[in-house]
Design a binder for this molecule. Structure first.
Ligand code: KG4
Ligand code: ZN
Length: 426
């Protein structure tokens, strides 16, 4: 158990910026123990004001906010994983996972061949309190020791986002702890700092059921989108191809498995966007080509299904490698050499895709980092970690932080010409 009197605000080394951030969250002034509504500016130079339990572990220095060590609870409910985790972020910027509990709702949605938003939201309501309870228990700490509660506030299926964010707000209020509303994409983007202590800047390739993006990760809160899909996400394309070929949900792993016994050269499917100067992706034309070929061959024999999967995957690989190489070139032009190419999202579990990513990274003379599968797919630890990174910079949120169905990681990103009205998140 941490001792309250170990934590204080040292005015000599204080950062008004951070203190103001705390004051902005309207409940904080009441919890400064040395007397009500005190702002840092009014404190005496030698005052050491206990800040327990609001800013547990808070030490400020040289205008740079530093946390001695902070424990953060993270909640993830944006899609079909109900997840909660507790992580520790140390003052040197390294992290440790104390617990990471994930319930994947695959069974709940399997009969429908995809995620049903209302079923997902109801399942989050049913499951989340138990999952949070387990995450706290397995971490070996109590709610009172948390420096903050973080929840994914979007982008995602709005029903689920509301469940997670509301739960986090309730915990924050009951336990007098700051709330941090995390962008789910930012959490994917910052994960390699938890797993590999990676320094900025680096290039993120995020490929999941809902997103396909190449992003320059320049700093916490500083992201530049280099490329994005103009139609389907990569995981979505795998899922749809699986469905049209009669393979079970979720389709990605099934397509990969089935492709291993197939001929990748039997069908000459298109390689979307190959050779274009921008770094965007497109998958719906390829998906349609697979559908047309499958209809032509009906009824499909098992070997046809294997060959279709193998030929589809080969086309995805080639297109991805080309698109990502352009993304890395754009990165280099704007930010210099990246510290790494990082792959995240469920699609990064695909072995053939990993192989292609390795080649792309080698050609760009950088290293490839793929967090372990459990941290590549949706989880609570990445939300907790992103919360801790934001907390360390004083970036906390108020109780009116909204749930968001859409939330661009790069607020300056513009839609590629002609694609402003697509589903690709513009
Ligand atoms: O990141 P994730 O777990 O959840 C979100 O979509 O946010 O990604 C799930 C997606 C699904 O579309 C799934 O089919 C795909 O990742 N996926 C794969 C593989 N494993 C999962 N796609 C291709 N090959 C795989 N082995
Ligand atoms: Zn995700």
């Amino acid at each position: 158990m941490l001792e309250p009197d170990r934590f204080w605000l040292d005015r000599n080394r204080g950062s008004d910026l951070l203190f103001d951030a705390f004051l902005k969250a309207n409940r904080y002034p009441l919890r400064i123990k040395s007397g009500g509504m005190v702002r840092s500016k009014t404190l005496q130079a030698d005052t050491q004001t206990p800040l327990w339990p609001i800013a547990q572990g808070l030490i400020l220095g040289n205008d740079t906010a530093m946390l001695a060590s902070s424990l953060v609870l993270g909640i993830e409910t944006t899609c079909d994983e109900t997840a909660a985790a507790v992580i520790e972020r140390r003052s040197d910027g390294t992290g440790r996972i104390l617990s990471n509990v994930v319930h994947s709702q695959t069974e709940e949605h399997a009969a429908f061949g995809g995620v049903v938003p209302e079923i997902a939201a109801r399942a989050h309501v049913d499951l989340l309190d138990g999952i949070v309870g387990r995450a706290i228990k397995e971490s070996g700490i109590g709610f009172a020791q948390l420096a903050a509660v973080a929840a994914a506030a979007g982008p995602g299926l709005i029903g689920g986002v509301i469940v997670g964010l509301t739960t986090a707000k309730a915990i924050a209020m009951v336990h007098d702890t700051p709330l941090i509303a995390v962008n789910h994409l930012e959490a994917h983007a910052l994960t390699p700092r938890l797993t590999d202590a990676l320094e900025f800047p680096y290039c993120l390739f995020l490929a999941s059921g809902g997103h396909t993006q190449t992003v320059a990760v320049v700093g916490v809160g500083n992201y530049v989108r280099l490329g994005t899909t103009v139609d389907d996400a990569m995981g979505e394309a795998f899922d749809k191809v699986a469905k049209m070929l009669g393979l079970p949900y979720p389709g990605g792993p099934e397509v990969e498995r089935t492709a291993s016994g197939g001929d990748p050269n039997r069908f000459a499917f298109p390689r979307p966007m190959l050779g274009r100067a921008d770094a965007n992706f497109s998958l719906s034309g390829l998906k349609t080509a697979v559908r047309n070929e499958a209809s032509r061959l009906m009824p499909l024999q098992p070997q046809d299904v294997s060959d279709l999967c193998a030929s589809f995957q080969a086309a995805v690989l080639e297109s991805m490698a080309d698109r990502l190489s352009v993304g890395l070139r754009l990165f280099h032009e704007q930010f210099g050499p990246p510290r790494a190419l990082v792959a995240a999202g469920g699609v990064a579990a695909n072995q053939a895709i990993r192989g292609a990513l390795q080649d792309v990274a080698a050609k760009a003379q950088t290293r490839l980092i793929i967090p372990p599968p459990a941290l590549c797919t949706d989880n609570g630890a990445m939300i907790a970690w992103a919360g801790a990174e934001r907390l360390a910079l004083g970036l906390i949120d108020t109780m009116d932080a909204p749930p968001r169905a859409r939330w661009l990681l790069d607020e300056n990103a513009i839609a590629p010409a002609g694609f402003a009205n697509t589903r690709a998140g513009f």
